[in-house]
Design a protein around this ligand. Structure first.
Ligand SMILES: Cc1ncc(COP(=O)(O)O)c(C=O)c1O
Length: 447
């Protein structure tokens, strides 16, 4: 099942995916049928080697850039174990909430390696970032900068900030995950940027303006929009150097590189993406008489997406008139909302009978979830020889699955295990009904 010519983010399955003598799928050297028996289903399985290879590909692409500092965008998938792994890979980390910030700090990230993002950070979140001296705040608006100046004065701090811009550059992706277009809710519009830079520079006692940030969207497949961003950044850095005599020392080009969810998807390889972007900075900045800034990239999906596989068990099957066939699994939109949110496509296999069972049989199935929505369909149409009790593995579910999961229908979230070299350990325990009831309170008049 492996095509070794493909870089991590171009493959649908994790690097360690294989088939054993029992004709079962194995991940990280472990039979997934055994994983299902030990940890239950649905089960999120994360392959550590795949994450390491993805991070390595980024480092490889950046190796000829003198001061590159990649970060991992925690929103794609974050828990203590993931944060510890990212730290071990020598990446920084992007967080967008108090919860993500606490997770990164608790995993031992030094504040200097943390970037706080978000279009509507609360004063509590800003205060938390400021009190952990060194956390870089990626400012999303002029009024947020005003708040940071107030807080920095109050706490007598000098806060390192980046300014997120709306570059007005469109990524060819689903509308819900575009963020670079001129009407985006994220970032500072270009016509307010100069005033924002000026304000930061008027408050150097409290604000350390590091540079500009742009993130144009997610699941991008091609390079041209990213290259446009570099060109625009070069122009902006030059114009502020000319106008204010200040050369910003840091540049963040965001994340957003896509992965393959189905065999036909062919995103740019991770290392090519990192190398081409950093080469472009090396061309564009010196051409304008600028020094090379410290360069950050912040991939999320392309680091964790391919590493994840979700394992489900088939329950009921239904064959309706007109050739409509349903294979009902024991999970669905609550552990993977991507199909219902943005019509995402996935690749499914019968994990307990790998050879000869994929793309075979005479039936086309819709793999549907157990939740009370007709749109809860994980894979729209797939030919599989599957029956009740089989295990279905869905590939490329590492990113934006656990992190976007819910307790819809009052169901408990699955467990998540990390696999490596024949070992599997739980990194997120399966929720129970006790967890579901933990926050419930009874008003006195009903008790
Ligand atoms: C500011 C920012 N950086 C990085 C990312 C990561 O994007 P991706 O997971 O597509 O690489 C996102 C995702 O929305 C983001 O908003």
């Amino acid at each position: 099942m492996k095509d070794n010519s493909l870089t991590v983010n171009q493959r649908v399955e994790p690097l360690t995916a294989a088939v054993n003598e029992k004709n079962h799928l194995t991940l990280g050297g472990i039979d997934v049928v055994e994983l299902a028996a030990e940890f239950g289903t649905p089960l999120w399985i994360i392959c550590e080697d795949t994450i390491r290879a993805a991070a390595q590909a980024i480092w490889e692409g950046l190796k000829d850039y003198p001061n590159a500092t990649p970060s991992y965008a925690g929103k794609a998938f974050l828990c203590l174990a993931m944060a510890a792994l990212v730290k071990d890979l020598n990446f920084g980390i992007d967080v967008v909430s108090e919860g993500e910030l606490v997770t990164a700090l608790q995993a031992g990230f030094s504040p200097e390696k943390i970037f706080l993002h978000g279009n509507n950070k609360s004063l509590e979140e800003l205060t938390m970032a400021i009190s952990n001296a060194g956390v870089k705040i990626v400012v999303d608006s002029l009024s947020e900068l005003e708040d940071i100046i107030d807080l920095a004065q109050r706490y007598k701090r000098r806060v390192p900030v980046m300014l997120r811009i709306i570059p007005g550059i469109d990524l060819d992706t689903h509308d819900h995950i575009k963020t670079g277009h001129s009407t985006s809710k994220f970032g500072i519009p270009l016509d307010e940027l100069e005033r924002t830079v000026e304000m930061a520079l008027e408050h150097t006692e409290h604000i350390n303006l590091l540079g500009l940030h742009a993130h144009i969207g997610s699941q991008g497949m091609d390079l041209p929009p990213y290259l446009q961003v570099v060109e625009l950044m070069g122009d902006l850095y030059k114009s502020y150097k000319d106008k204010f005599g200040y050369e910003m020392p840091h540049l963040d080009l965001g994340g957003g590189l896509g992965i393959a969810y189905i065999a036909e998807d062919r995103p740019i390889a991770l290392n090519t993406w990192a190398r081409t972007l950093s080469d472009e900075v090396k061309r564009v900045f010196p051409a304008r008489g600028l020094k090379l800034p410290e360069l950050s990239l912040e991939p999320g999906r392309s680091i964790i997406g391919t590493a994840g596989v979700t394992l489900y068990q088939v329950g009921r099957t239904k064959e309706l008139a007109g050739g409509v066939n349903y294979l009902s699994i024991d999970g669905g939109m609550a552990d993977n909302p991507r199909p219902i949110m943005y019509q995402a496509k996935y690749t499914a296999v019968v994990a307990n009978r790998m050879a000869n069972e994929q793309n075979s049989g005479d039936k086309v199935w819709s793999i549907v979830g157990r939740y009370c929505e007709s749109g809860d369909i994980i894979v729209e149409e797939v030919k599989l020889n599957a029956k009740r009790g089989d295990l279905i593995a869905i590939f490329a579910t590492g990113a934006y699955n656990y992190s976007m999961s819910s307790n819809y229908n009052r169901t408990a979230r699955p467990a998540c295990v990390l696999v490596k070299n024949g070992k599997a350990e739980v990194i997120l325990a399966r929720e129970t009904c006790t967890d579901l009831l933990r926050q419930d309170r009874m008003p006195s008049w009903l008790a």
